[in-house]
Design a protein around this ligand. Structure first.
Ligand code: MN
Length: 734
């Protein structure tokens, strides 16, 4: 552990006028306050604030900041109070320590909304006095350096928070050294395997190119010296995390030297910066498109340098940053560089606000925030790097909703509440009616319009939304809605089937049959029937073991049964089902002169009004086809099998006949119900319905139904086509 004397000595190096008594007091006070407390590593707790203070001496910070670093955990972790600190060290230091105490309680990796709120608090605390941020960053750096002593769960959380918040914040404040170290430590914790790969490869390349790096340094220095410019040239390996990010972003490997090494040319004066650039560009060919002048146009965080890439010694691409020593100081330490101790009457905060654009930005941001000014303006000024892929929107009551970029009002609605999302029918964006499918912008005020009439969201939303939360909720809601529809349809089919079998349908009876159907609930049965996964007749048999399938069937039953229609001597004979209770059916067709069984073509039969033909199938019977049926082509070579038949309807006893239609409908909840309703309203009976194809937008359904005649069937098709949700409806003949 560093001794009291060592710390004072470090400060004295850059600040000869340091208030040693103050630092000694803070040292002794903190050491006593933490007493016997131990860190997770087993070290005395006091070693932590001491190391934090030491990190800040590297940044050459003022006495108050160093003292605050020594004291930063006392209010939170020991009986010390703010009043005591004020009394012993003055309100300036008391204020800093209290700010740090508040920050300690913020959990910045909690849920998104909470995170935004905590971030506001963080910004408020650090803008109050930027030295709070400097101590906090040093505190975090020391905790990251000693992360292995933490329990594993805590490690990940702290590393994530570091990578998400503190490292970008350090970058935003221009403190690049600190940022890089925080990133690398977090990277090692969060992605150990990736870190190992990148680091090993870096070592290997550094070994292989070590001579080249020295050569480039020497050549550059010599060339510059020849033209009278004294420059310090250093080749520097890039950090594992920054390489990893670049590899991820551009999905490239790191073969080129320029991708892993950067060279810095540090000169004395501004004039020399440009002179050095001229020498470099006349000595080696420059790589087009890589030159950037951050000297005349500094970055937001005050960073200044010239950047260029040339084809240098050994035909290697060499990346160069050219800057003065002052610029270098700011490039490394950012806002902390402005806090360099100076004999100034101004407080460090005043000094900073005058000198640092980064701090000016921070203060302005927080002023807006504190004034509670309009959110757009606030966000306009808060384009923090850490928010680069987020948009912030507001509810009409001013609640902040943080969303990923490209999020839609639908995502917004689900972020507010799942119910709001499920019932969303429209929205107002900044007071104007807008589409639910649009991209939200920073600062948008979004008012979601809901309607209870929309029971579930359109399934198409699933592919529109950006957030996982919305997608999951939509999937769940539409799955439920579709199931409900199928179950209702299945119930209708089963009930009608049982009624036609002259039996009593009851839920109790079906419940008793559940084990035979291997389903857990009657709704499961109905949904299965509705979806076409279970045959309604199976349900009938499970409920009534002596149940026999109704005679007019699209699929021929075995010969021994009576799906076949008996005809005698060319005259249609009334067909009787074997069990007397069941409905009698007949097939009113003339032109058949045999005892052979007769049936309708299985895949879409004929209905009265159709021109029909009979086809003789040896050993089986006669099948009736509508004349337009494509299946007839198969019998073109065997004209002897064709029978000339025609309808023989008895007007007084209307009968139903099986027909099949194909319907293409849009994928929206409620579509199937609408289709079923059209058919029911037009006095058609649905026998079966099954999905034949499902694309993202459309569903094709094959519907077997029973109609009186062609006119009836055509009327139903016309009604279906008139529905908005129906894209196409056509008859299918087998
Ligand atoms: Mn601490």
């Amino acid at each position: 552990m560093m001794r009291q004397y060592d710390l004072i000595e470090r400060v004295r190096q850059y600040n000869p006028n340091t208030d040693e008594a103050l630092l000694n007091r803070a040292y002794v006070y903190a050491m006593k306050a933490h007493g016997e407390q131990k860190r997770a590593s087993g070290d005395p707790y006091f070693s932590h604030p001491l190391e934090v203070a030491a990190i800040l001496t590297d940044l050459k910070l003022d006495d108050a900041t160093i003292a605050a670093a020594l004291l930063h955990d006392t209010i939170e972790d020991t009986p010390t109070t703010r009043a005591e600190i004020d009394q012993i060290f003055g309100p300036d230091i008391g204020h800093l320590v209290e700010g740090l105490t508040k920050l300690k309680r913020l959990d910045l990796v909690s849920r998104e909304a909470k995170q935004a709120e905590n971030l506001r608090k963080l910004l408020l605390a650090i803008a109050d006095d930027v030295r709070v941020l400097l101590v906090k960053l040093a505190d975090r750096l020391h905790n990251m350096r000693t992360l292995e002593h933490m329990p594993p769960e805590g490690r990940t959380r702290i590393a994530q928070e570091t990578l998400d918040i503190y490292a970008p914040l350090a970058g935003r404040m221009g403190m690049h050294s600190l940022r890089e170290e925080l990133e690398d430590l977090a990277f090692r914790q969060l992605y150990p395997e990736a870190n190992r790969l990148v680091s090993e490869r870096l070592d290997e390349l550094a070994d292989r190119h070590s001579h080249l790096i020295a050569e480039i340094e020497q050549q550059l220095t010599r060339k510059l010296a020849e033209s009278g410019t004294t420059a310090v040239v250093t080749g520097r390996r890039k950090r594992p995390y920054s390489i990893w990010r670049k590899m991820e972003r551009k999905s490239v490997g790191f073969e080129q030297l320029s991708d892993i090494f950067g060279f810095r040319v540090v000169v004395k004066t501004l004039r020399e910066v440009y002179r050095a650039l001229g020498i470099v560009h006349t000595t080696w060919p420059m790589v087009p498109g890589r030159f950037k002048d951050y000297v005349s146009t500094p970055k937001q965080n005050d960073y200044r340098s010239l950047h260029t890439t040339v084809i240098g010694p050994g035909n290697q691409r060499v990346e160069l940053q050219i800057r003065t020593a002052d610029m270098h100081e700011i490039a490394e330490y950012g806002i902390a560089a402005h806090a360099l101790y100076k004999d100034s009457a101004d407080s460090p905060t005043e000094m900073l606000s005058r000198e640092s654009r980064a701090y000016a930005w921070l203060r302005h941001t927080v002023e807006l925030l504190a004034e509670g000014s309009n959110p757009e303006e606030f966000l306009e000024h808060t384009k923090l790097e850490l928010f680069h892929d987020q948009v912030f929107c507001f509810t009409p009551k001013g609640k902040l909703i943080a969303l990923p970029r490209k999020a839609t009002p639908i995502d917004f609605a689900y972020a507010v509440h799942t119910d709001v999302g499920n019932h969303a029918v429209g929205c107002k964006i900044n007071g104007q009616m807008g589409p639910l499918v649009s991209e939200l912008n920073n600062g948008d005020e979004v008012d979601i319009i809901t309607s209870k009439a929309q029971t579930s969201p359109p399934s198409a939303w699933e592919s529109i939304v950006i957030t996982g939360k919305a997608r999951l909720a939509i999937r769940r809601a539409t799955r439920n809605a579709v199931r409900t529809q199928y179950a209702a349809l299945g119930r209708r089919i089963v009930e009608r089937l049982i009624q036609r079998a002259k039996r009593e349908y009851s839920d109790e009876k079906l419940t008793g049959a559940l084990p035979r159907l291997a389903r857990a609930s009657i709704d499961d049965v109905f949904a299965a029937v509705g979806r076409g996964e279970m045959r309604p007749s199976d349900v009938g048999r499970a409920m009534y073991p002596d149940y026999k399938e109704e005679r007019i069937a699209a699929v021929p039953p075995p010969k021994s049964e009576t799906g076949w229609f008996g005809l005698k001597k060319g005259k249609a004979v009334k067909f009787k089902v074997p069990t007397a209770e069941q409905t009698a059916a007949s097939i009113p067709i003339r032109g058949i002169n045999s005892d052979l069984p007769v049936r309708f073509a299985p895949n879409g039969g004929a209905v009265p009004g159709d021109r029909i033909v009979g086809i003789l199938n040896p050993g089986e019977g006669i099948t009736i086809y509508p004349i337009q049926s494509a299946a007839l082509k198969a019998f073109e070579e065997t004209p002897e099998r064709w029978l000339d038949v025609r309808w023989d309807m008895d007007e007084r006893t209307p009968q139903r006949f099986p027909a099949r239609i194909e319907v293409q409908s849009v994928n929206e909840p409620g579509t199937l119900a609408q289709i079923a309703q059209v058919i029911a309203e037009n006095d058609g009976n649905i026998d079966n319905i099954r999905m034949t194809r499902r694309s993202p937008d459309f569903t094709d359904c094959m519907i077997d139904l029973e109609v009186y005649d062609l006119k009836h069937l055509n009327a139903i098709i016309a009604q279906l086509r008139a529905k908005k949700v129906v894209a196409a409806a056509d008859r299918v003949t087998g």
